[in-house]
Design a protein around this ligand. Structure first.
Ligand code: UT7
Length: 322
């Protein structure tokens, strides 16, 4: 059994913050940010991850009956609360009263591709038939605005897809990670209130921290190797690929990926200039944008690829159906 994406949706926060706005609070410039990253602005949320996820889900369900969903998976590393999960709350806000499972997963910026693969596995095995998958992150809550190399990169947002059992759609997916890179991207756990019986060091930083140059090299390397691997094992070449929907971290990473894979830059869709890096929301936000612009045609071969904290990566190859 295959899984197909039958619908997409997204939510973009209203607050637009340009590079020029950053010039007002730190030693940086629009010229530096555009030249090093391609980012011109990012969008910042003023409410919650749950609001963003719910709005993206509603958008994806505009022509579908929410009660037909039999599982909800949300990819995020920035839930408003660990319990209830974002997925639990989305289910409630959508008014789904059936006792369906709903849960969050976290693989940082690779999270959406991990959630996609999880949903696919459920559908392919016949366990569930129609799954809502959401990617959402509220990055701006955890940015250190005194760290100019990191804070200028990120924005907030959410994207959603509905997947269901079908005869075409999914082709393959590769997930992976590296173990010698645990310190490359870090966000320490929130509060540890201590324990009268156990002595342990308490953490005090919950800022998002990243060694940007190392992530850059990793991203370019795994984008090339994982896409090569998925094409090779399906006896395809980069010429067979119609579009690449990559995690939007930096325009230079997208351009390097296109060069390394010998694909025209136009095949690598991009919205990083307008939304910045939205972590788990990045791939589904761009997928929904392309879908609504009519850029995705039935039968097209599409690659989804993402990379980030862990360090982790994921690449999916699919045929567009919706
Ligand atoms: O979703 C997770 C995935 N994350 C990523 O993919 C991030 C990947 N990394 C990157 O996109 C890039 O590494 C950055 C955009 C973060 C940084 O670009 P870079 O070309 O690697 O710059 P750098 O960190 O090597 O810094 C070069 C210079 C430094 O100055 P000196 O030491 O050469 O005098 C920095 O202090 O640029 C300086 N710099 C800035 N200058 C103006 C760093 N940030 C800024 C800034 N404005 N915002």
């Amino acid at each position: 059994m295959k899984s197909s994406i039958i619908s997409t949706g997204s939510y973009r926060p209203k607050q637009v913050v340009s590079n020029f706005d950053f010039e007002g609070i730190m030693e940086t410039s629009d010229a530096w940010i555009v030249q090093r990253t391609g980012i011109r602005q990012r969008l910042f949320e003023d409410e919650s991850s749950v609001r963003m996820a719910t709005e993206a889900a509603r958008n994806a369900l505009e022509n579908l009956d929410a009660s037909s969903i039999d599982c909800i998976i949300v990819a995020t590393y920035t839930p408003d609360s660990f319990i209830p999960t974002i997925a639990n709350q989305v289910r409630a806000h959508l008014g789904i009263t059936n006792p369906i499972p709903s849960f969050d997963i976290n693989a940082a910026c690779s999270g959406f591709v991990y959630a996609y693969q999880t949903a696919h596995a459920y559908i392919a095995s016949g366990i569930y038939k129609r799954i809502l998958v959401v990617g959402v992150d509220f990055n701006s809550r955890y940015l250190d605005f005194s760290d100019r190399a990191t804070s200028i990169l990120f924005g907030d947002g959410a994207g959603a897809i509905v997947m269901e059992a079908g005869i075409t759609g999914s082709i393959d997916c590769i997930l992976g990670g590296e173990t010698d890179t645990l310190e490359t991207i870090r966000m320490q756990n929130m509060s540890d209130h201590g324990n009268p019986f156990v002595s342990r060091p308490l953490t005090d930083s919950s800022y998002f921290e990243m060694k940007g140059a190392e992530v850059f090299k990793f991203a370019v390397r795994v984008m090339e190797s994982s896409v090569h691997a998925i094409l090779e094992r399906n006896k395809l070449t980069s010429e067979d690929v119609d579009l690449v929907i990559s995690h939007q971290a930096n325009q230079r990473i997208l351009d390097s990926g296109a060069r390394a894979l010998k694909m025209p830059k136009e095949k690598f869709l991009s919205n990083v200039a307008e939304v910045g890096n939205t972590s788990s929301a990045s791939v589904p936000l761009l997928l929904d944008e392309a879908n609504r612009k009519g850029q995705l045609k039935p039968g097209m071969k599409i690659i989804l690829v993402a990379f980030g904290g862990g360090l982790t990566y994921g690449t999916a190859l699919l045929e567009w159906v919706a």
